[in-house]
Write a new protein. Sequence first.
Length: 377
Amino acid sequence: MSSRGSLIVESIPEERLGEFIGLAFRLYEGDPNWVPPLVANQMGMLKGKDNAFLSESEHTFLMCFRDGLAVGRMMVAVNEPISRKQGVPTATFSLLEAEDGESFSLLVSEAMRWAKGKGMKRIIGPWSPTNGEDGIGMMVMGFDDPPVLLNSYNKRWYVQSLEAMGFSKLADYVGYKITKPDLPLESLARASEITFQRAGVIPSKIDMSRLDDELAGMHSVMSSVFSEDWYNEMPSLEEFMKLAAPISKLAYPELVWLAKDAVKGKTVAFVVALPDWNQVLIRMRGRVFPFGWFHYLRAKSVITRARLMMQYCLKEYQGSSVIPALYAKVVESAEALGLKEAEASVILETNLQSRRVLERLGGKLTRTYRWYLRDID
């Protein structure tokens, strides 16, 4: 435990995670762009349910109190996968929230002290609390509307406060907004059919009755082109299936398109878009009952936006424009579903190939999420 004046930071036990989760509801009260998490889901995730990262990694939940009132929170973990790949003992932090600059700096300082006590040499974040695709980075651009599904949101002043403590940019992830007026719909539709014929592939929506087979085909494409680096590694088929299980429950099959070899039937490319369930969650206010369930049942009348989440293509087909052609199918389906816009995110800033595809679709750069790094003295 450490203290400064009337402020105290302490590690809390699992039994007090309700306070940890609940603090964000108070700090963001009245903010129309904050999307409340489902409390039960976040509680399960923080307790390690379907979260191998937390169930296997040493971590702590820190909370900051001023005269007994919670004013800040933060999770910090020993990130073994990153430490192994880099050869540098590395901690990662997640779910950072604070009421003011004083509580913010004390909380981050305590996180670094904890990490140093575990032998860590540096700290990176904000990191996904599942070591996955959710909650990546600190929002540094794009505060004008709510984030899309699984993306993070934070107060603007966090950026300056973190940088003032010696944290520097490690990497940026970007998001592109695509709206119907910006889309070259007619040319996309014409070009897509020609593209499929020339490439010798057949486009199809994902078949949910054969989900395991479809996922295996998608995994095969991913594994052949996946670019591994120090923070990103290709999941095994078993891991991919586990990651896909909860996401598949959120999917509309009409928004997941695959291109398959016309002769052999194997998957050669795919794109995944998800309806933006954040537009429902923001109305549910963190709970299914008593009224949240009503908003869930009305989802199709509420959701007007999609998140373009994944695109992969075998190398031998990458010059054939199969990915833009599949996006044309997604756009066609999105129109039929009443969706009016999409956000493609999060894309590593150096992934120029994916960014060019989205720019060809009329996408405009509207979001930036940043990973920060600091050495631990």
